[in-house]
Design a protein around this ligand. Structure first.
Ligand code: GLN
Length: 311
């Protein structure tokens, strides 16, 4: 029997003494205020037990991890129609790259690069106000995490909006290709608000349960999406969840994962666990350096790679 508490205690201890911690994102100035010293990891297991170590109650900016939850909502709203507006292939380019958009006529490669997440935000926004669209995402996250206290960190949102020229360029470009229905500034606003939702590792690990258990909040729990949809979202997390570091994450960690520039990673071990890890320092492709290392060791010691025949 694997002693998960022992493993996460080891991981937190090792992280506390790590000297190379990566670099905190600075292009959103508010994120640069966060100390790189933080490290937290939270696991929700099949039995509902929560195994945690480190800073697991400190809220951080979930940033691109919000794209997983937004995708769930957009698929539930538009079904397979969404795939006319966004692809399902890894991009091999950085998360904020604009270059493929021109070659591919305003249709982003996948829902997890910024351009793809703008298309997803646009789907959610259609038919309601921008504030309503954000309330829907926040409401979904409160539901799946079982926590009504979740909020958007407005300082982070403002900081990103004040500096979000690249994302605005992408939104405008997609509008020119008729791949946005709404005003680019409204779609961008919804996207940025979603990214600025603050959550702790514990809250995030709870929120990911429906992806580990076929669309249900825990084994036998309430369904929030179909099992097919949960499975497909996991597939996209594995292939595209870490941008141009997705192959490396699959190689090293071996489970579906989604990173954010706030330093968080949501990792899903289907049928076994939902895991949230946080360390704000990033590697060169914008994924948490210590978070990736910790997850690599956790999946190895727990035997959780989806590519191995573990029970
Ligand atoms: N809000 C961030 C951006 O658009 C999200 C990027 C990320 O987390 N990788 O740049």
């Amino acid at each position: 029997m694997v002693d998960l508490q022992h493993i996460v205690d080891d991981l937190a201890e090792r992280a506390s003494s790590a000297t190379e911690r990566g670099r905190v994102a600075t292009y959103i100035p508010q994120l640069a205020q966060v100390s790189p010293k933080h490290f937290g990891i939270a696991i929700v297991t099949q039995s509902g037990e929560e195994i945690v170590a480190g800073d697991t109650n400190v809220p951080f900016s979930i940033q691109s991890i919000s794209k997983v939850f937004a995708l769930t909502l957009a698929l539930d709203k538009d079904g397979d129609g969404l795939w006319r507006r966004v692809g399902r292939e890894p991009s091999g380019d950085p998360f904020n790259s604009i270059v493929q958009l021109e070659y591919e006529k305003g249709v982003p490669r996948n829902p997890f690069i910024n351009a793809g997440a703008l298309a997803v935000a646009d789907v959610i926004l259609s038919g309601q106000s921008p504030a309503g669209a954000v309330a829907q995402t926040l409401g979904f996250l409160r539901h799946v995490s079982g926590d009504e206290t979740l909020q958007v960190d407005q300082a982070v949102a403002k900081s990103e909006l004040d500096h979000g020229f690249r994302n605005m360029a992408m939104a405008n470009f997609m509008k020119a290709h008729k791949n946005l229905e709404n005003r680019p500034e409204d779609t961008l606003w919804v996207y940025v608000q979603n990214c600025a939702i603050a959550m702790s590792c514990r809250q995030l690990a709870r929120a990911g349960r429906y992806l580990a258990w076929d669309g249900r909040i825990g084994p036998g729990g309430a369904p929030v999406t179909s099992s097919q949809r949960a499975r497909r979202i996991n597939a996209l997390m594995l292939t595209c969840g870490h941008y141009d570091g997705s192959g490396e994450f699959a190689f090293r960690v071996g489970v579906p994962g989604k990173s954010g520039v706030g330093g968080g990673i949501l990792a899903i071990v289907p049928g076994h666990a939902s895991i949230a890890c946080w360390s704000p320092g990033l590697n060169e492709v914008g994924n948490s350096l210590l978070g990736t290392e910790a997850l690599e060791e956790l999946t190895r010691r727990a035997g959780w790679s989806v590519f191995a025949s573990n029970p």
